[in-house]
Design a binder for this molecule. Structure first.
Ligand code: CP3
Length: 350
């Protein structure tokens, strides 16, 4: 059963808490020596993701050091394309590589009915992580499940990996929207299923990562970011009304307001380019917000880091707020810098 008294769940219910709850995107990962040790033993990233014992262990690693208010499932947004049947590799130091789709591809091979053949270990990780959190006494820490939003996952499926310009995926979406909609629909169905199963396995919060929502013009942002996100939020809320959904439309700028109002998400994650005063006035007034320390500030440390943390904390005094980064922890970050931020947040009273 879900414990509603966990601080982050109170915040997501809209309550202003005295102590600000916090977690960090990519809080489990290469900046932690214990992660690097386990990775060397497991022999690669995907061997950790699809091994519930390894993945749950990695999920717990940052919690043991820093007692975050949320643990986040150790997995990746690209397990969905892989489970659908697209070839995926993570080459050390190079990031993900997928066999790219294009507008002429026959999408028939992408099969949403069979994704659990690949994804079952991820659901086991969720359950195992819940058990470990309880057993180790982290009864204030909630478990976040997640997926990439359809648009962002589609960018990787079409570009074949990261991209500087997103020309291929944008050209397809702009030039052949009906065919692109077929791909997005496959992703909506799969993502809904994947997240429902994470919730059934024990996830208490869902975060939707839309890392590349910021590369679209307004009309296409509405079509490919807001609409699919709204379909997922509507489905999850109809089945699991108590599970809060955090949307993270990175780079969306002032379009975040439309996103907050039209998608039906419960809370919004801010990237570090978002001005705190604008977000407090326009977003925090209507829903809980989460953010938004620049990960490079966390890497830098020192007095600049202290000042940046206080600036953020001081910017959102009135309503529900969760402290986080504006993007993921960078792998060269000294863990002590994370400790420095945690100390400030824990002693900060609103
Ligand atoms: O936040 C967490 O601690 C939970 C785990 C998590 C990972 N990826 C683990 C990971 C989460 C939530 C993600 C989300 C993710 N994955 C996103 C959305 C957030 C964002 O960063 O914008 C995206 C775009 C991906 C796709 C992805 N996975 C890329 C581009 C890369 C390579 C870049 C990099 O940072 O190495 C990955 C690999 C990846 N996913 C690693 C981790 C810990 C590094 C794997 C390793 O080499 O050990």
């Amino acid at each position: 059963m879900m414990q509603k008294n966990k601080p982050i769940l109170k915040t997501l219910a809209g309550e202003k808490t005295d102590i600000v709850p916090f977690w960090f995107m990519r809080q489990a990962g290469r900046y932690l020596p214990e992660y690097r040790a386990l990775r060397a033993e497991a022999g690669g990233f995907l061997n950790m993701v699809y091994n519930p014992k390894n993945a749950s262990e990695i999920t717990l690693q940052p919690i043991r050091r820093f007692q975050m208010d949320a643990a986040i499932l150790f997995s990746d947004i690209l397990v969905i394309p892989q489970a659908l049947g697209q070839k995926l590799e993570f080459l050390a130091g190079e990031g993900p590589k997928l066999e790219a789709l294009n507008v002429d591809s026959d999408l028939g091979f992408l099969n949403p009915d069979k994704i659990d053949d690949v994804l079952n270990p991820v659901y086991d990780t969720v359950t195992m992580t819940c058990d470990k959190l309880k057993k180790e006494g982290f009864d204030q820490t909630a478990l976040i499940g997640f997926a990439g939003s359809p648009w962002t996952v589609a960018t990787y499926m079409v570009e074949g990996g990261g991209s500087k310009t997103y020309e291929k995926v944008k050209s397809w979406a702009y030039g052949s929207p009906e065919k692109f909609q077929q791909l997005i629909d496959i992703l909506i169905v799969s993502t809904n299923h994947y997240l429902e199963k994470q919730i059934k396995a024990g996830a208490e919060i869902i975060q939707l990562f839309d890392s590349w929502s910021g590369v679209l013009d307004q009309v296409n942002f509405e079509k490919w970011v807001i609409k699919p996100t709204a379909q997922i939020a509507l489905n999850l809320k109809s089945k699991y009304p108590d599970i809060p959904i955090i949307g993270f439309p990175r780079g969306a700028g002032t379009m975040s307001l439309d996103y907050a109002q039209k998608t039906g998400i419960r809370a919004i994650g801010l990237d570090f380019t978002m001005p705190c005063d604008w977000a407090a006035k326009n977003l925090q007034s209507i829903l809980p917000v989460q953010g938004n320390l620049d990960p490079v500030m966390l890497l830098t440390g020192g007095k600049a880091l202290d000042a940046a943390v206080y600036h953020i904390l001081d910017s959102f005094p009135d309503k529900a707020f969760i402290f986080n980064l504006g993007h993921g922890v960078i792998k060269e970050t000294p863990p002590e810098h994370v400790g420095q931020v945690v100390e400030i947040i824990k002693s900060y009273k609103r």
